[in-house]
Ligand binder design. Structure first.
Ligand code: HEM
Length: 145
């Protein structure tokens, strides 16, 4: 399993270019090369720390939970002397599962709640338009009397 590969800090330090950028964050070794351009905080800040332990910088920014789970996506191993909790990886996997399930639940067509909602969405504008024309008709008839 990729998560189990152990690297030393000097091995990580060899991957510090734009084309090959590794980081250590909280004992995890990450290959973030493909994410450099997408990083909302810009690639420059990352490149300055490439090949290094960026745990403190990562922490100091106050990255969101989403950013923290992204770390797992880019993990290629762990730093020598560190143990990282495997349940984090499980959590990430179950997060992905939950997302998938959530999505399929969302597109489920025969959910009674969704049918009801669709009916209201259809009926309400029809009712409003109907009332408008009924009113127009009634006032037109009244003015011809
Ligand atoms: C290497 C793994 C990293 C990942 C996966 C990552 C991911 C992200 C993500 C998803 C955001 C958007 C905001 C959020 O969700 O918190 C963000 C923002 C940011 N990150 Fe990172 N980041 C990493 C490392 C770093 C490092 C080492 C620094 C420190 C220099 C840094 C500096 C910033 C800054 C300055 C922002 C912008 C914050 C803002 O505009 O409010 N990031 N990062």
């Amino acid at each position: 399993m990729a998560e189990k590969r152990v690297f030393t800090l000097s091995q990580v330090a060899q991957h510090k270019s734009r084309k090959d950028s590794w980081f250590v964050i909280n004992g995890r070794v990450l290959n973030v090369t493909s994410f450099l351009e997408e990083h909302p905080g810009g690639e420059e800040v990352l490149l300055e720390l490439a090949g290094k332990d960026a745990s403190k910088a990562f922490q100091d920014i106050g990255h969101s939970k989403a950013a923290q789970s992204m770390l797992l996506k880019y993990q290629v191993g762990i730093l020598e002397g560190h143990t990282v909790q495997d349940q984090d990886a499980d959590k990430y996997a179950s997060l992905k599962e939950a997302k998938k399930e959530g999505m399929s639940a969302f597109i489920m067509k025969d959910s009674p709640t969704h049918k009801y909602a669709a009916l209201i969405e259809f009926a309400v504008p029809l009712l409003v338009a109907g009332s408008f024309f009924a009113y127009r008709y009634a006032t037109a008839v009244a003015s011809h009397m």
